[in-house]
Design a protein around this ligand. Sequence first.
Ligand code: NAP
Length: 476
Amino acid sequence: MPHVITQSCCSDASCVYACPVNCIHPTPDEPDFHTAEMLYIDPVECVDCGACVTACPVDAIKHDGSLDPSEKVFLELNADFYKEPRPRPLLAPVVPPLQVRAPGAMRVAIVGSGPAAMYAADEVLTIPAARVRMYERLPQPGGLARFGVAPDHRRTRAVSRQFDTITADPRLELVTGVEVGTDVTHQQLLADHDAVIYAVGASTDRPLDVPGADLPGVSSATRFVAWYNGHPDFAAVTFDLSQPRAIVIGNGNVALDVARILTTDPDRLAATDIALHALKALRQSKIEEVVVVGRRGLAQSAFTVPELIGLTSMPDVDVVVSDADLQSLPDTDPRARILRDLPRRPGNRRIVLAYLQSPTAIARTRAGLEIEFARNELVAAADGTTKVKPTGELHTVSAGLVLTSIGYRGRPVTDLPFDDARGTVPHTAGRVDGVAATYVTGWIKRGPTGFIGTNKSCAQETVRSLVADYNSGLLA
Ligand code: NAP
């Protein structure tokens, strides 16, 4: 197998279009693109040309001879994807170039400057005469690419090189420190531009609805992430790191990020661009164990396999899973292979992956926090999903810090409709329902799912809708 995709895969699919033999899948037009945890190279078809390596913005693609020992598992993971025959054309799909009806300069305002905004700008600027004005509330651009990616994920952070190239285009004007809806209205943007694209993300978190969730010592993983990444709104926030145990509720990739940062040796974090106030606090931390709690079973874990590989590859942190949870997975499940026979090294900090427990109440005692959990059992729901039912058994666990990591949530956007249940703006292929010349892309469009690069195909759909409307005279 000449080339292999590894942990930092961002799924932007640049490699797919660069590959001359269509050996990287799923492609954005294949049904499993939106559920895949990464992209995979077919070891049999790869011709070792290296085009994908050059195209990848996050240095995720390596030659099989240059894999680190902890990355060898990706050889198997890439090959496994092609075990089942996969009918596919000889050449990768080609994205047809955008064509505008009249050569006049199309002016587009983009609200936000995170990955979704950047990919939208990149797409608009494929039209030679187009102009983009990008509005960012904060003094610096980048959104979650700057304030959401963990500092030890250096290769993922490298995606900002690509975004710097986009903002350096003279046809893009970046306006920072201006909040749309407060400093400038939607109507003003529409008066000055042909169209407005909102790429404002999901800027808050889903609240945990249990008594005591608002106690001091309970916070959200999204606040913790913003804090260690130096987000200006969170510089003054503090977290209690004085007790030996922290609990993270939820087990998505954000939960793994915060568990990793809480347990990594601060000397290793010092070599990253973690915020200095966070590094200082983490140097004083007394945390020895982080328990990441899922309400469903190991098989339903929300984290992805590449991130689990990253977690179990830490040299100075042990990952612990109970035998009962491990036995719930079939041997063929890659998570079983990764979690089996993990080392226990005396003196190491621990990340415990705990399952089938839902928090029911949090109380504060003199010693810290007491979290009550209800034990769950799995039940098959009528819609085919796996849900949980409490068994009636309760237990409590003590901790100094509780971080809820149960998903981001979009906020309503002034002058736009809002779907409160999903936390998104209702749209049709990116066109905001009932509001002329107004579009959405990224998490405010599809909810908080996917990876940085997923926003590329999302932006392509939105900008194609915008250009079609422009060409039909609807934006005049
Ligand atoms: P997520 O993947 O949606 O995970 C949310 C977790 O919260 C799930 O375990 C869910 O359990 C649990 N949960 C939801 N409501 C709950 C409740 N009331 N009580 C207890 N648990 C509850 O969200 P995320 O971790 O915030 O990640 C958001 C997106 O960003 C994901 O697509 C993720 O892959 C991406 N991301 C990627 C990276 C990376 O690639 N390195 C890093 C960070 C984030 P159920 O499954 O039972 O609902």
